[in-house]
Design a protein around this ligand. Structure first.
Ligand code: 1CP
Length: 345
């Protein structure tokens, strides 16, 4: 990593060091809300796009060029490593990941083999090309958290209540832990491949883990997420841990070993800092739907996030979840500039 990159506001904030301004990036900043994204994606399926380095580089760069965010997020999807080991799945427009034969028994779990770098040569190639192109802007690699991946595999697609997932978790804990062990190994391998190729930080998106109670998180999820973060420790890159609806889980998530905890919009950052405990930076947490309101509504709320974020030992400004597809890109441009100007020290 170059000195400029290591000294970037984003990586400094993740390490809880003083920053010239609060760094900002947006979950799901690539794609969806950008007309230039829709143009380059025309005629190419989501998974085919993820496997085409030229497209990955272009789409990852689009929001960085447009907004001057302090970090780029690798254009891919949480199901890419599962597809790469042979799981029969696709990403259906307007729905999300859909699995052909959901994983519900020991033989389905046994088929989930480890991920090797040779399964995802396009990931290595894309990250290497991106790191060159981004120059002084850090690239965040990512993977899905094991609970979230397990939910897609078991339910066969997006789910509101995660019924079958919880049925396995509570009713067949040995199967559950075997599945989580395999997903943990795949996730760790996928993240290490991205860092080996040059990613400067990683984020674990355990988006749907807010569906479990703290006591169950401790029993059924924490052992696995802890192994993922411990398995990345030797790489020396900041590790970010994010989920939605995790207000009650922030304390136990803080124990999993990440350097930065992502907070959704439901818990103010000053309160989140108390729940997460010392020794962590926070990331978040403007409600993405606020951006659908006029700027004079957005500005005081963004200022409030910045002010509460000062209570944390380090703060990376973000939304509380991904950019909504109907967001006007000009609002994100204005928000990026506002965060930079209002937080300048
Ligand atoms: O054809 C398309 O454009 C499909 C839309 C799309 C896109 C642009 C999907 C399908 N995935 C992605 C890219 C993606 N996914 C990124 C790249 C960076 C970016 O867009 O800035 C990232 C980080 C993800 C991660 C992801 N995929 C998560 C975790 C983050 C989150 O939003 O919580 C999850 C849960 C998924 C699953 C997924 N993939 C796609 C959709 C529509 C969904 C969600 C479906 C559901 O509600 O369960």
């Amino acid at each position: 990593m170059t000195a400029h990159l290591a000294d970037s506001a984003f990586l400094r904030a993740c390490r809880r060091e003083p920053v010239p301004h609060t760094p900002v990036w947006f979950m799901r900043q690539a794609g969806r809300s950008l007309p230039e994204y829709r143009r380059v994606r025309e005629g190419t399926s989501m998974l085919a796009a993820c496997a085409t380095p030229d497209l990955v580089v272009e789409i990852t760069m689009q929001p960085v060029r447009r907004y001057s965010t302090d970090a780029a997020i690798f254009f891919s999807d949480i199901v890419v490593p599962l597809k790469a080991i042979g799981v029969d799945l696709d990403i259906t427009p307007g729905v999300g990941p859909v699995v052909g034969s959901p994983v519900r028994d020991a033989s389905g779990i046994a088929a989930l083999r480890p991920l090797e770098p040779s399964d995802v040569p396009y990931v290595t190639e894309s990250v290497q090309a991106l790191v060159k192109e981004l120059d002084r802007v850090p690239l965040i690699g990512f993977a899905g958290g094991p609970f979230t991946l397990a939910s897609y595999l078991i339910e066969g697609g997006p789910s509101k209540n995660h019924d079958r997932t919880k049925a396995m978790m509570y009713g067949a804990p040995e199967l559950w832990h075997e599945l989580m062990d395999r997903l943990t190994a795949i996730t760790l391998a996928f993240l290490r491949i991205q860092v080996a190729a040059g990613a400067s930080a990683i984020q674990l998106f355990d988006s749907w883990v807010g569906a479990v109670a703290p006591v169950d998180y401790r029993a059924y999820v924490l052992p696995h997420t802890s192994r993922i973060f411990a398995g990345l420790a030797d790489l020396g890159v900041p590790r970010i841990h994010f989920g939605v609806g995790t207000g009650e889980l922030l304390g136990v998530m803080g124990e999993a070993g990440a350097d930065v905890v992502g907070v959704d919009w439901r818990v103010p950052l000053d309160e989140a800092a108390l729940r997460v405990g010392p020794g962590k930076a926070l990331q978040g947490n403007l409600d993405p739907a606020v951006l659908l309101a006029p700027w004079d509504v957005v500005e005081p709320r963004a200022r409030d996030v910045l002010e509460r974020g000062r209570v944390a030992e380090g703060h990376v400004f973000n939304l509380g979840h991904g950019v909504l597809p109907s967001t006007d890109p000009d609002q994100l441009a204005r928000l990026t500039d506002f965060v930079h100007e209002a937080s300048a020290r």
